[in-house]
Design a protein around this ligand. Structure first.
Ligand SMILES: Cc1cc2nc3c(=O)[nH]c(=O)nc-3n(C[C@H](O)[C@H](O)[C@H](O)COP(=O)(O)OP(=O)(O)OC[C@H]3O[C@@H](n4cnc5c(N)ncnc54)[C@H](O)[C@@H]3O)c2cc1C
Length: 321
């Protein structure tokens, strides 16, 4: 089975988000996979050569300097055809949802997203993926090649390194690339905090945080002292307490950090859908019956306004000593 892994890039540099897709390829095909990175003057290509891929293909030119799915999709299609790939795979993310859906459309190929397991039975690919806000796991059978997949990061983890380095080869770019879309700007999170979906620690706050200033004073500060990212519930976002890009959950981002601290969050199924794969979950909630305590490894029944400030001070002191 030949696998083409699409490395995630922002057009200028390779992202660590590519790693679970590479881990998937290793587990399914050993060393029979190729990685494709697209952009312009890309940095971080070396980081893709450590995992036993047969080749790392790099498609670079000025028209690909920004990650526009409309322009990247024909490049992926060309690589799929060049390789004769059976599977095209990337880690689930905003980038891959946008790009691989277009690739599947151009190839008239089946697509399954966010998969957590993969098997071949009687010549058919059988995968599992979370459905209904991750409350159920569905089993799906796919027919036809190539098959386009996105893989759920926490389920596949990190690839193992090998001693030999994969060769890096340039890939030509199709002459015709769409110009119907134009890149205007990217609004990133403020304050230099880590990316929410990549962070090892995430501190999230809920509706009771009152306003943006209070949210920053308690949730932002606690995240900063732990070197973590900030998340929020949809209720907090809808109330204007936190910006939209911080929303965690079914209609927000999926995170799986080492440590997730949920402050004044009730634990709705929609919120849990985005964070219950976190390794350790800590909940601070004034209500001992709050559903969040059912998934928490550590729970503190307390008023956030009383316990978060001394917690920040303790952590500050622990860090400086
Ligand atoms: C289609 C759909 C999609 C949705 N998608 C998402 C999503 O992606 N993400 C998401 O988060 N939600 C989502 N929701 C909304 C979700 O159903 C909940 O309404 C939301 O998660 C609740 O947010 P909350 O926990 O901040 O607020 P609440 O449910 O109001 O809970 C606040 C909690 O804080 C506690 N509390 C109050 N005061 C304090 C204090 N001083 N100290 C400590 N604890 C305190 C309370 O006991 C309570 O448990 C979605 C809903 C729908 C219908």
């Amino acid at each position: 089975m030949k696998i083409l892994v699409i490395a995630e890039t922002d057009g200028a540099k390779v992202s660590e988000k590519s790693l679970p897709a590479i881990a998937f390829a290793q587990q399914v095909a050993g060393e029979n996979f190729t990685i494709l990175a697209i952009g312009h003057n890309l940095s971080g290509i070396d980081s893709l050569t450590r995992y036993g891929a047969q080749s790392v293909w790099v498609a670079e030119e000025a028209r690909l300097a920004k990650p526009l799915a409309e322009r990247y999709a024909p490049v992926v299609v060309q690589a799929v055809q060049h390789l004769g790939a059976d599977l095209v795979v990337a880690t689930t993310s905003t980038f891959s949802r946008d790009l691989l859906a277009r690739v599947a459309g151009l190839l008239n190929a089946p697509m399954l997203s966010d998969i957590i397991s993969f098997a071949v039975r009687d010549g058919h690919v059988v995968v599992k993926r979370p459905i209904y806000s991750a409350n159920l796991i569905g089993t799906f059978e796919a027919e036809g090649t190539p098959l386009v997949l996105t893989v759920r990061g926490p389920a596949w983890g990190k690839p193992r390194s090998v001693e030999t380095s994969s060769p890096v080869q340039p890939l030509s770019v199709p002459a015709e690339l769409s110009t119907r879309s134009e890149w205007l700007s990217l609004e990133g999170s403020a304050g230099g905090r880590p990316d929410l979906t990549q962070a090892r620690v995430v501190v999230s706050g809920g509706r009771p945080l009152k306003d943006a200033e209070t949210f920053e004073k308690y949730i932002g500060k606690l995240a900063d002292v732990l070197g973590g990212a900030v998340g929020a519930t949809r209720a907090a976002v809808d109330a204007g307490i936190a910006p939209n890009e911080l929303q965690v959950g079914q209609t927000g981002k999926t995170v799986a950090p080492e440590l997730y601290i949920a402050v004044a969050i009730s634990g709705s199924v929609q919120h849990l859908a985005g964070m219950k794969d976190s390794r350790v979950i800590v909940a601070i909630n004034i209500d001992p019956e709050a559903p969040i305590f059912q998934v928490a490894d550590y729970g503190l029944v307390a008023d956030l306004y009383e316990v978060v400030p001394p917690l920040i001070e303790e952590l500050k002191q622990a860090r400086s000593s």
